[in-house]
Design a protein around this ligand. Structure first.
Ligand code: SF4
Ligand code: SF4
Ligand code: SF4
Length: 160
């Protein structure tokens, strides 16, 4: 019998919202809370359409696609919410949740394939299963790994 694969399952079948309050480049939850007026300029400016208005109109990214770090959100903001001198821009990293296929012995690796930084590695474990590990040092928090996951297992979370 061959290796089980995820190919028979519809991609993004279980995809729902996947954003975390305060995850935005060049800023942080505290800065957003204190300085954002909820005007929506960043939401309108994002060419990827991934900036969403949360509570009070405060922005966060719904990673339906990756952040390209183009800077349009920061440029559009009329308040002092973004500090573009910050490096790296996103104080956030990927985390792999319990719904990931690999620990169940189902080969997937969609997130690993999608990562432009090679920050994800699928490590074989005893018993024919595997585990996806994140290198926090390499991860930019871009979110390219989020929407490709067929079971919505990847989250981008603040690393501070
Ligand atoms: S940096 Fe660009 S792609 Fe990323 S959230 Fe801001 S406007 Fe969108
Ligand atoms: S986290 Fe999602 S995309 Fe990555 S290996 Fe697991 S199931 Fe596949
Ligand atoms: S957030 Fe970006 S850099 Fe980090 S693991 Fe996902 S795809 Fe790779």
């Amino acid at each position: 019998m061959g290796e089980k694969t995820a190919e028979a399952l519809p991609r993004r079948a279980l995809f729902g919202g996947n954003g975390t309050a305060g995850v935005m480049p060049w800023t942080d939850p505290q800065r957003i809370f204190e300085r954002c007026t909820g005007c929506g300029a960043c939401t309108r400016a994002c060419p990827e359409g991934i900036v969403t208005s949360g509570r009070g109109g405060h922005p966060y990214i719904e990673f339906t696609s990756a952040c390209t770090f183009c800077g349009a959100c920061a440029e559009a903001c009329p308040e002092d919410v973004f500090d573009t001198a910050r490096t790296p821009p996103m104080a956030a990293v990927a985390r792999i949740g319990e719904s990931c296929f690999e620990p169940l012995g189902i080969s997937c690796r969609a997130c690993e394939d999608a990562c432009p930084e090679m920050a994800l590695r699928t490590r074989p474990q005893l018993g024919g299963t595997a585990r996806v590990e994140v290198s926090d040092a390499a991860c930019t928090g871009c979110g390219a790994c989020v929407s490709v996951c067929p079971v919505n297992a990847v989250e981008i979370v603040p690393n501070a």
